[in-house]
Design a protein around this ligand. Structure first.
Ligand code: 5GP
Length: 269
């Protein structure tokens, strides 16, 4: 009995600690420092869709008019040290705010997988909700609202048409050709005025990022001096010296279509 007050104060202390921790987690978002630059991450359906194991209506890989160009993954406010802020405010995604952009978003910013990615603070939602809540909310003080975030990404995407730039340079989708990584990087550098960042999966281009200052002028994705430029760019990407840009084969035309079952959105969760 004599220990009761000590036990009570220990429990009170524990409760206080738990409350303080959860409070800290909640305000963590608003305390993240301002980002340094924007990265516009683009994904290559020809590579990404090879991973499709089941279909659902929201998956761009499963459409009959599925994308044959790079599509948008996200517009990310990043730090120069390779990290990034995330989930910066409680501004949750609202489809109504981007209703006038839906046609373009479905075409140029489709999800290429099924299921609902996590949103901030424990929820789940569509791909766009994930991108806005995790990344978009951190683009303050440059972008303050959801509509401007999506519109800005679409505008950058069409202004710097990476698929067009590569086609112009002779780097077209192919299941037999391999292209020099340095050549692909140079083609984009020459057209955009800054170096991109590439990532690959099994030697195939999976993503290309373009980077921008806060006024949306292009900047190098990695800040480096020119001496070892090509080597460093290659070493920072997950790509080999020769890369492929596979053709996207619509799932409806694939020989193994039977192996790609259709799921309802609920089943795909
Ligand atoms: P991020 O890389 O933007 O932080 O996270 C992407 C999240 O969205 C992941 O949870 C991923 O499963 C989901 N997701 C849904 N559709 C796509 C897509 O088309 N591409 C990528 N990369 N992720 C997608």
């Amino acid at each position: 009995m004599a220990n009761l007050p000590a036990k009570i104060s220990l429990s009170a202390l524990l409760i206080l600690l738990v409350f303080s921790l959860s409070f800290l987690v909640q305000i963590q978002g608003s305390q993240q420092r301002e980002f340094d630059y924007f990265a516009l991450a683009l994904q290559w359906p020809g590579t990404f869709c090879q991973r499709t194991r089941h279909c659902c209506s929201s998956n761009g890989c499963c459409r009959s008019n599925s994308p044959t160009e790079f599509t948008i993954h996200g517009l990310w406010p990043d730090y120069n040290d390779g990290t990034w802020p995330e989930c910066c405010s409680r501004s949750s995604f609202n489809m109504k705010e981007i209703s006038s952009l839906l046609g373009e978003l479905q075409k140029y910013w489709p999800s290429l997988s099924c299921g609902s990615p996590s949103t901030c603070f424990g929820g789940r939602g569509v791909f766009w909700a994930h991108e806005w809540e995790k990344h978009g909310t951190c683009s303050s003080p440059v972008i303050h609202d959801e509509y401007t975030y999506f519109l800005t990404a679409l505008n950058l995407y069409s202004k710097y048409n990476v698929t067009g730039i590569l086609t112009e340079a002779g780097y077209v989708a192919s299941n037999s050709e391999k292209y020099p990584l340095g050549g692909v990087i140079s083609a984009i550098e020459n057209a955009v005025g800054a170096s991109p960042l590439l990532s690959c999966s099994h030697g195939a281009v999976e993503e290309i990022s373009l980077c921008f200052y806060k006024d949306f002028k292009p900047r190098d994705c990695i800040k480096i001096d020119s001496a070892s430029r090509a080597d460093l760019l290659a070493s920072r990407s997950s790509c080999p010296r020769y890369i492929s840009l596979p053709i996207y084969v619509p799932l409806s035309l694939r020989n193994d279509t039977a192996a790609v079952p259709w799921l309802s959105e609920a089943q795909a969760l």
